[in-house]
Design a protein around this ligand. Structure first.
Ligand SMILES: [Zn+2]
Ligand SMILES: [Zn+2]
Length: 271
């Protein structure tokens, strides 16, 4: 007998994304998690209001790496609502001086290439190449659904592609347009950092990587961590779309490309 299809109750909203601050909210009926707190505590609370959720109900905060656009409000939010923080050992060491004192009972270790279970939500961590102590991102598994969050990748390694392959939805880095970056006002050493293997993924490279990652069940890709100076939403979307179409994908109802914003949360959506 065929099993009746069940509604998933895995939901998420990208609260904010970009070089000015990152935070992503993920929930099921049993668990509520936040990944990164790259904005002030006050701003984060405002973003939670916009999706009709309250940070005091969070089960924990997962940290990707110690750059300030990911941990700016971390200490404040954790202390205010007594929220457990999860990060790997090297990230804890690198960020401790920046986030203020965290009580021991709120400090947890979440190592790279591990799976942790929060109620009915399994979270898998994977390492990325980026100029931080030990950056890691996450894949969320719930009742057969797979949601990937992957930004701040210097480049998309085969290992990452394999880990995030055939996700139902992805929040995926599309940081800069190479021409805008090259012609822009950034000094050469910064340009070199962004373009390098430990910097950020360009629109062009995001499209090429996604062409290998997207599978039959992939419905939505949210383009994330866009540079304020070296990218534009339309440009990122067009560039990724063109690359995907070159590889035979059709962008439309079955597979959509979506924006994220530096200041406004994406609609809380069911995966
Ligand atoms: Zn970073
Ligand atoms: Zn970042």
């Amino acid at each position: 007998m065929k099993k009746k299809a069940k509604w998933s109750n895995l939901r998420f909203s990208v609260l904010a994304s970009g070089s000015t601050g990152n935070a992503c909210y993920i929930e099921t009926d049993q668990s509520r998690l936040l990944v990164d707190v790259g904005l002030s505590g006050k701003k984060i609370e405002g973003l939670f209001k916009k999706i009709q959720r309250d940070p005091k109900h969070l089960d924990g905060i997962l940290v990707t790496h110690e750059h300030s656009d990911h941990i700016k409000g971390l200490g404040i939010l954790s202390r205010r609502f007594k929220l457990p923080i999860y990060a790997n050992e090297k990230t804890w060491l690198a960020m401790e001086s920046q986030i203020g004192a965290i009580p021991t009972d709120l400090k947890f270790q979440f190592d790279c290439e591990r799976v942790k279970t929060f109620g009915d939500l399994d979270v898998e961590s994977f390492g990325v190449s980026h100029d931080a102590a030990s950056p890691q991102f996450y894949v969320f598994h719930h009742e057969g659904k797979k949601l990937t969050l992957a930004t701040d990748m210097g480049y998309v390694s085969d290992r990452i592609k394999w880990t995030v392959k055939d996700s139902d939805m992805l929040i995926f880095e599309s940081n800069h347009d190479i021409d805008m970056l090259m012609m822009g006002r950034y000094p050469w050493n910064i340009k070199r950092r962004i373009l390098g293997d430990q910097g950020h993924v360009s629109n062009e490279d995001a499209g090429e990587a996604l062409a290998e990652i997207i599978g039959d069940r992939t419905r939505r890709v949210y383009l994330a961590h866009l540079s304020k100076d070296n990218n534009m939403k339309d440009l990122a979307r067009m560039s990724v779309q063109q690359t995907l179409e070159k590889h035979g994908y059709q962008i439309g109802e079955e597979l959509g490309l979506y924006d994220t914003d530096a200041e406004h949360p994406t609609e809380l959506i069911t995966v």
